[in-house]
Ligand binder design. Structure first.
Ligand code: BGC
Length: 779
């Protein structure tokens, strides 16, 4: 059975929906329908238990290391979601009896999750309606509600619901048990502390009923790592009951708490919940929906008029998820590769954030982008640690990072090697080094788009300098060729390990160093105070001399006689395998059923956009001819086994004027999480691919780019679209950009400065638009 979560809702671009219950898709749906607010992230497991489910709730930044043999990860916090119903002596179970009117849906605009069905089994005939939200208004709050209507004869119920700390991260139990208590106002409370990082968690929950007189009996139950309340009630024929469960979580690293003692957290948590229960589920949900509207949707709408409404749906879906995973409340945290929606990548942050998600935030919510960059700034200490360990200088950013000062946290061993039967070694944490220039790239794009000078002076420039300092210490001199090289790396294509002179790595390192040189020269001249401070801190004068001396000799691979840019020194001489059978299969990683990574390493097989990404980020360097020839060469060799790949291909395909190919690739990119395959969503949503959806729409088809610090707008709408409307922030000005196939209009909506003028380029021409003005350009 194939299942596309987009296909049910004709012309409803804000709803994703499942119309039948399917045990095989539990895990995928838990990720795709996940709820959150950047502080809290909850997989949408059902209230009742099923085989194959994965209940996970995470609080951003609360990393813990279970054991020295493991890397630190986001712990799976004790669960609130579970509510166990025993009805006429039988467990509620959708695998039994007859289910009608089933629907499971998420409203992307309000963040409300609804599950509805009628269950007929033996002497039971009931209608259930479950509603749930994680508040976008109060970061700590989660609300659940169940309405049960009895469609049959008198029915008896037992409900068991509370807080369950018996969950683990795939077996690793991160919490030491603290107190479990029932506060006098019916609130259940549980305290737990992460074993190694010693972060205290206080969790509280309270139940409320539409009609308390229906409750025959209630009692508390406490067991190991669990605290529950048991309720017994009856429903007569046609009678209904509404049960609400409000819960909250506080931790000792929360910035919004005045005190971090457990006693204080216990009292805050209970007090807030007491107020909340008086306000009620509906009111709290409304406040949350309003916060979504005010903080996300209202100011930056994006509208695609397409023959296929799922283009808009996929974009809304991507934006929804980007906002539930971004910890905008705290610069000590960043977005994980799976957001807060699953245990994949252990809550770690990768280049996914800097290259694939940051553009969305930089151009639309710069204050959030700034937080993500502060995380990188705080990560300098971890980056110094990594550089020192490898005998380099400056900032070598970790391939995977958790708490900013931790340094490298990438695991060393991965999936089974089909040939040796042993785990495969993961080299990324050791030699995938382009992450340092990726961070600098994100920093520079942010400064270019916002002209946030405070950030530039006190955080941004330092990161650009420190990463360039790393690169110059990393370069290896090849005396025979009289040039500097970067050998023994993994580039973006992780199917090529220990390669020399990966083009992406070398070009991006060169960009990093040359940007540092430009910034050095500029601030030395224009801002001596900042210059002196940074010079003293980083020894810039000496490093500058090294940059100037080595950069001209840094080897930058050139295209061969067929105009193909070699991905690295050895790629083009490797054996070619016909990938057609594997490319036909929509599942990911199928190649590894037949080959191990060593074998794949020795063939011309690319996991994800590598040279193609280089063209996207540094488009001015390469001629169209090189880009065309390289596209034709690499595409049939690219497995798209990373979700980062397709959207990059969409953007370049548009640049190459291959619009219908771009649109087809966009359809595939939309399907990564919402489509019928990619079981890998089981471990969480593909965060970078969601950033990639925005990139495909706005940077790809919309043609919006920041090139060498300048704004450029060159729309190329696919034939399936009538128009595209979006807004961006540029240097503090808010612009509305409305594009059709014939023309586009830039409207200057508002700005902090009355006399501001915004400049942009299009097809080599320079344009200006004044505050409150508007400019229409024919294509
Ligand atoms: C990709 C990386 C990416 C990581 C996390 C891997 O499969 O190859 O580029 O950073 O997933 O999304």
């Amino acid at each position: 059975m194939t299942k596309t979560l987009m296909e049910y809702q004709q012309n409803q671009p804000w709803i994703i929906k499942e119309n039948s219950f399917d045990n095989n898709f539990l895990s995928k749906c838990e990720s795709v329908f996940a709820l959150g607010n950047g502080y809290l992230g909850v997989r949408s497991a059902f209230e009742e238990n099923y085989i194959g489910e994965k209940r996970d709730m995470f609080v951003s930044g609360t990393f813990d290391r279970f054991d020295k043999s493991e890397v630190t990860e986001l712990p799976n916090v004790p669960d609130f979601i579970q509510m166990e119903f025993v009805i006429n002596g039988r467990n509620l179970d959708l695998n039994l009896g007859e289910i009608t009117q089933y629907s499971f849906s998420l409203n992307l605009k309000t963040g409300q999750l609804i599950r509805h069905f009628i269950w007929k089994f033996a002497d039971i005939h009931l209608e259930f309606n479950f509603r749930r939200f994680v508040s976008f208004d109060d970061l700590h709050l989660l609300g659940q509600e169940v309405t049960i209507r009895n469609l049959g004869a008198d029915t008896s119920f037992q409900l068991k619901s509370g807080i369950d700390g018996q969950l683990t991260n795939s077996g690793s139990q991160h919490f030491a048990e603290g107190t479990k208590d029932q506060e006098k106002n019916r609130i259940l409370q549980m305290v737990s502390t992460t074993a190694q990082s010693r972060i205290d968690f206080v969790q509280s929950t309270i139940h409320d009923f539409s009609d308390r007189s229906l409750i025959d009996k209630a009692r508390i139950e406490i067991s190991r790592r669990q605290i529950h309340k048991l309720y017994w009630f009856h429903l007569k024929s046609n009678q209904s009951i509404k049960i609400s469960k409000l819960s909250n979580v506080y931790t000792s690293i929360d910035r919004d708490l005045n005190q971090k003692t457990v006693e204080y957290m216990i009292s805050v948590s209970a007090n807030v919940l007491n107020f909340d229960v008086q306000k009620g589920f509906d009111y709290l949900l409304k406040k949350s929906a309003l916060a979504w509207e005010e903080k996300v949707w209202r100011d930056f709408p994006i509208e695609i008029k397409s023959i296929d409404f799922t283009d808009q749906l996929a974009l809304n879906f991507a934006r929804y998820h980007l906002h539930i995973m971004v910890p905008k409340h705290d610069g000590r945290m960043s977005i994980a590769a799976k957001g807060l929606s699953g245990e994949g990548y252990k809550g770690h942050t990768a280049w996914d954030t800097d290259i694939f998600m940051l553009p969305y935030f930089t151009m639309t919510y710069p204050e959030i982008a700034r937080k993500l960059l502060t995380y990188r700034y705080l990560g300098l200490s971890g980056a110094h640690k990594k550089a020192a360990l490898n005998h380099y200088q400056g900032a070598q950013y970790p391939w995977e990072s958790a708490w900013p000062s931790n340094g490298e946290v990438a695991p060393v061993w991965g999936a089974a090697d089909i040939v040796t039967g042993k785990p495969t070694k993961i080299w990324s944490g050791f030699i995938e080094q382009h992450i340092s220039s990726d961070v600098a790239f994100g920093v520079k794009q942010y400064i270019d788009a916002t002209s946030d000078l405070r950030f530039a002076k006190f955080e941004g420039y330092e990161m650009i300098f420190d990463t360039a300092k790393f690169w110059v210490s990393r370069l290896e001199y090849n005396a025979v060729k009289d040039r500097y090289e970067i050998n023994n790396v993994v580039g973006p294509d992780e199917y090529k390990e220990h390669v020399n002179n990966n083009a992406f790595t070398n070009y991006s390192a060169a960009w990093n160093i040359s940007t540092a040189i430009k910034v050095y020269e500029k601030i030395k001249q224009q801002d001596s105070k900042s210059f002196d401070r940074l010079n003293k801190k980083l020894g810039l004068d000496k490093t500058y001399r090294q940059w100037k001396e080595k950069l001209p000799k840094l080897y930058l691979p050139k295209a061969n006689k067929d105009k193909i840019l070699p991905q690295d020194d050895s790629y083009l001489s490797k054996k070619i395998l016909d990938l057609t059978p594997y490319l036909k299969d929509d599942a990911v990683g199928t190649l590894f059923h037949d080959y191990n990574l060593d074998q794949v390493n020795n063939m011309q097989i690319t996991k994800q956009a590598d040279v193609i990404l280089l063209f996207c980020l540094f488009e001015n360097i390469f001629s169209l001819g090189i880009q065309e020839a390289s596209w034709d060469y690499y595409l049939p060799k690219t497995m798209h086994d990373s979700s980062l790949s397709l959207s990059t291909h969409v953007v370049l395909a548009v640049d190459l004027g291959r619009n219908s190919e771009a649109y087809q690739l966009f359809q595939k990119a939309k399907n990564i999480d919402l489509g019928p395959y990619m079981n890998s969503s089981n471990d969480g949503i593909h965060a970078a691919s969601l950033g990639g959806i925005w990139n495909s729409v706005v940077e790809g088809f919309g043609g919006l780019r920041v090139i060498d610090g300048k704004l450029r707008i060159e729309p190329h709408l696919p034939k399936e679209w009538d128009s595209l409307d979006y807004r961006i922030n540029w240097h503090g000005a808010r612009l509305q950009i409305s594009e059709t196939k014939e023309d586009f209009t830039v409207t200057f909506l508002n700005s902090n400065h009355l006399n501001q003028i915004v400049e942009f380029m299009s097809k080599g021409q320079k344009y200006q638009v004044k505050a409150k003005g508007s400019l229409r350009i024919k294509l």
